[in-house]
Design a protein. Sequence first.
Length: 72
Amino acid sequence: MADAGPPLALIAVGLVLWLAVNATLAGISIQTIGIILFVVGVLWLVIELVQARSPRRRVVREEPVVRERDVY
């Protein structure tokens, strides 16, 4: 499965900042930072899940093994 831990943590932190914290810091709204973190976490999670579902394609080139003997 995809590595979903970091995006889920980012979503959780973003939701806490967005919904539970009511403060501003030097004119910057903490809620806005929470929304941004939440959206980035959701996008990251979607990308992880899409990559996990897509088949890994490899190009395998099989070349014949040629063994030569040196005869003296």
